[in-house]
Design a protein. Structure first.
Length: 51
């Protein structure tokens, strides 16, 4: 059963996924920003896994 905290983390994870896709689709994607978003996404994934 998912807790409210876990649901919030999963929502943030999905939003980061969308932001990465949006940035990648730009004519000149910002690779530094993409890397930062991916790191944030990984941290969330790790936190979700520990729950």
């Amino acid at each position: 059963m998912a807790t409210t905290h876990q649901t919030a983390l999963e929502t943030k994870h999905s939003l980061l996924d969308r932001r990465i896709a949006d940035e990648t689709a730009r004519p000149q994607p910002d690779s530094v920003r993409i890397a930062s978003l991916k790191k944030q996404k990984l941290r969330l994934k790790e936190e979700i896994a520990t729950l």
